[in-house]
Design a protein around this ligand. Structure first.
Ligand code: SF4
Ligand code: SF4
Length: 375
């Protein structure tokens, strides 16, 4: 899909549209949000490229070749896209699994929930609900509200489906978030976001009390651009490690040496448990040795981070599978059974091999057996 360059909103129409977009982003509960003009996000794309296909964005990805870069641009119709809304949503510290009755009503089998004393496998906090779908739904609500408002104000009408939305996508989401002034990359390679608007005050004597690394990112490409001078002021991009200082807790918490203390964040994907948790390849011995009970994701470096501040009030009813499942049941499931069980959850991604999940559960069981024997 290719098209003519987007129209540009000038004057009061542009300024008001930009302000209203940010108002709706705030109203939808996003923690951080900002607008980038087309020139700005194009610059980031040129610098960073797109993320490799079929990998977990949180813990993977490299730039594409020039040919693949063009192909992805065409697929998303980027020539015709205008400004970009960049958002961060703070996720919950935990999430209860969807009840069996509600799952049954949607044609899904019950989750194999853990029983007392039985071995479990755990799911990273960011994946306990489908926060990616939640982000997209909230962005869709912003698009619906704005398209109606614009038409009412006599501006061109752009139907909501033309406001393309992305989360956990092939865009360099972290680079775009930094460019939009949403935060800084920490030593663990993840974004530490700053609240766009502070609605409560704290007396806690902690550095940057309104920052959180418990966020996931989303993007919305607008079907029009806005003159850069009319954009609401953004925070200037922060350099990496701006919030980290001398802290090295994540480096010390990582059992596989995937993180390092250096002038810039150094994350080695090939040493990361989270990366391997979705990949059906033979695990290196040092990864296997450090594996605990992870089914998908690994929270060890995030849990150690002083900025790991999930939102206790955050909620999504999309794909809630909770924090742990019965390890024996998962280890015995076929590929089809696992796919059916995890349908609609954040583990329902094409880069997550069911066989990898089965292997992870088997490994967790073996580890538990070994630790029992050692006692
Ligand atoms: S602590 Fe876990 S998620 Fe973090 S870098 Fe190490 S292996 Fe990866
Ligand atoms: S644990 Fe410390 S060094 Fe690591 S990302 Fe958080 S603040 Fe930065």
């Amino acid at each position: 899909m290719q098209g003519a360059p987007p129209s540009v909103l000038h004057g009061e129409a542009g300024a008001r549209t930009a302000r209203r977009l940010l108002f709706h982003a705030h109203h939808q509960g996003f923690f951080s949000y900002a607008l980038l003009g087309k020139d700005e996000w194009e610059r980031v794309l040129l610098e960073r490229g797109f993320v490799e296909e079929d990998v977990d964005l949180e813990r993977g990805g490299v730039s594409e070749t020039p040919h693949a870069f063009q192909a992805v641009r065409m697929r998303y119709g980027l020539d015709a896209a205008g400004a970009m809304l960049v958002v961060a949503l703070r996720y919950a510290p935990d999430l209860a699994p969807e009840p069996a009755a509600a799952r049954a009503a949607r044609g899904l089998s019950p989750l194999p929930l853990p029983e007392a004393g039985k071995p479990v496998v755990t799911i990273g906090r960011f994946a306990r609900g489908n926060w990616y779908r939640e982000i997209n739904a909230r962005l869709a609500a912003c698009a619906a509200a704005m398209s109606t408002e614009m038409a009412t104000a006599g501006l061109p009408f752009f139907p909501p489906k033309r406001w393309q939305r992305f989360s956990n996508s092939r865009f360099p989401e972290k680079g775009l978030a930094v460019a939009a002034g949403l935060g800084s990359i920490g030593r663990n390679g993840l974004l530490i976001a700053e609240a766009s608007r502070v609605t409560t005050t704290t007396t806690a004597k902690v550095p940057f009390p309104y920052a959180s690394s418990a966020v996931l990112l989303g993007l919305m490409l607008l079907p029009f651009d806005i003159e850069e001078a009319l954009m609401p002021r953004r925070r200037p991009p922060r350099t990496a490690l701006s919030f980290c200082g001398n802290c090295r807790r994540c480096v010390e918490a990582c059992p596989t040496g995937a993180l390092h203390v250096a002038q810039q964040p150094v994350f080695e994907r090939e040493r990361c448990i989270q990366y391997y948790s979705s990949q059906l390849e033979t695990l290196p011995a040092f990864i296997e040795a450090s594996w605990q009970d992870q089914l998908y994701g690994c929270d060890l470096c995030l849990n150690a981070c002083p900025y790991f501040r999930p939102d206790p009030e955050a909620y999504t009813d999309r794909g809630a599978i909770g924090g742990s499942l019965d390890a024996v049941s998962i280890a015995r499931m076929s590929d089809d059974q696992l796919r059916a069980l995890l349908k609609g959850s954040s583990l329902d991604q094409k880069w997550i091999a069911p066989g990898a999940l089965r292997r992870n559960a088997t490994l967790a069981l073996r580890k538990r057996g070994a630790s029992r024997e050692a006692q």
